[in-house]
Design a protein around this ligand. Structure first.
Ligand code: HEM
Ligand SMILES: *[C@@H]1O[C@H](CO)[C@@H](O)[C@H](O)[C@H]1NC(C)=O
Ligand SMILES: *[C@@H]1O[C@H](CO)[C@@H](O)[C@H](O)[C@H]1NC(C)=O
Ligand SMILES: *[C@@H]1O[C@H](CO)[C@@H](O)[C@H](O)[C@H]1NC(C)=O
Ligand SMILES: *[C@@H]1O[C@H](CO)[C@@H](O)[C@H](O)[C@H]1NC(C)=O
Length: 254
């Protein structure tokens, strides 16, 4: 009995140590990463398998809660689409998410368009638009995010003859802006310190050492909606190709 207690104590201790093992570790040469700074950050902090392999939907949804306080309703459609990036019935590898026009889209804020170059890795030249946004203050917000989307799309329209620019890409891009503002800033105002946002994109790291803490407000479709409404309006978006209505769930046609 005493032995059993000791074993159980040792087991729970080792579990507790593993559960808290969320320091940032740069990916190794064999670790897989995606065009998504969110999933990459979660993997770099061990909320997702650090090798980036065989991620199930429940794993991604739990990691988003644990790492960012992002509720599943804000990302579950992306997670479900993501399974189409590979052949496995219920999981995906992070690098497969670079599959163009599944979720990966043109006019990104930190990656090049597929037809222009590298659509997987962070690119500082592309990111300069966001890095230099909202001059004169030390935060980004929904207005600056909308202007960034407008400028990034204009650049893609000018340089990429193969651009895909339908409502699908517009909605994805606006959700992504809402997510970085909410996670790195205040989910209720969409105001995010510039240095936190820049570390998130450049290093795919949670800026804990710089003072960031996990949002205490649960980030979900309801908190994202008012931020995205401003982002969308400010971006002055117009489509250059049409797509059919997007049916992404019961009572969810957008
Ligand atoms: C965990 C919460 C998540 C956060 C905070 C997040 C955040 C972001 C951000 C900010 C971008 C924009 C990158 C850019 O434009 O350069 C992005 C792109 C992307 N995300 Fe996520 N994301 C999350 C979840 C997911 C999930 C669940 C999937 C699918 C399994 C996904 C797949 C992608 C893909 C494929 C892109 C590339 C789109 C592009 O071409 O720019 N993300 N994400
Ligand atoms: C991922 O899944 C594949 C196919 O089922 C398997 O061969 C591989 O060992 C798995 N890798 C990891 C790291 O779990
Ligand atoms: C651009 O689109 C054209 C026509 O669809 C196609 O032939 C070409 O391969 C595409 N180029 C790139 C780089 O995607
Ligand atoms: C980064 O993007 C710019 C602009 O598209 C491009 O000229 C440059 O070659 C890219 N750098 C790398 C390392 O891919
Ligand atoms: C974002 O910040 C700029 C600069 O301070 C400001 O002009 C703008 O009104 C802000 N936008 C929102 C939605 O608060």
């Amino acid at each position: 009995m005493a032995l059993l207690s000791i074993l159980l104590a040792a087991l729970s201790l080792s579990h507790a140590v593993r559960a808290d093992d969320h320091e940032w570790i740069a990916p190794t040469a064999t670790d897989l990463r995606s065009p998504c700074p969110g999933l990459n950050t979660l993997a770099n902090h061990g909320f997702l398998p650090r090798n980036g392999m065989n991620l199930s939907i429940p794993m991604m949804l739990q990691a988003a809660i644990d790492g960012f306080n992002v509720n599943s309703d804000a990302i579950i459609q992306a997670a479900k689409f993501g399974l189409l990036s590979g052949d496995a019935p219920d999981n995906l590898n992070l690098d497969a998410l670079q599959l163009h026009n599944l979720i990966e889209h043109d006019a990104s804020i930190s990656r090049n368009d597929f037809a222009i170059g590298d659509n997987l890795h962070f690119n500082e030249t592309v990111f300069a638009t966001l890095a230099n946004a909202n001059p004169g203050v030390d935060f980004y917000n929904a207005t600056s995010a909308g202007l960034v989307q407008q400028a990034r799309l204009a650049d893609s329209l000018a340089r990429n003859p193969n651009i895909t620019n339908t409502r699908k890409e517009f909605l994805l891009r606006s959700r992504e802006s809402g997510l970085y503002l909410s996670i790195m800033g205040d989910p209720l105002t969409g105001v995010a310190p510039k240095n936190f946002v820049q570390i998130f994109f450049r290093e795919e790291r949670l800026p804990i050492a710089e003072g960031w803490t996990r949002p205490t407000t649960l980030i979900d479709s309801t908190t994202l909606a008012p931020i995205e409404t401003i982002v969308r309006a400010v971006s002055m978006w117009t489509q250059t190709q049409a797509c059919e209505d997007l049916v992404i769930g019961p009572n969810l046609t957008i």
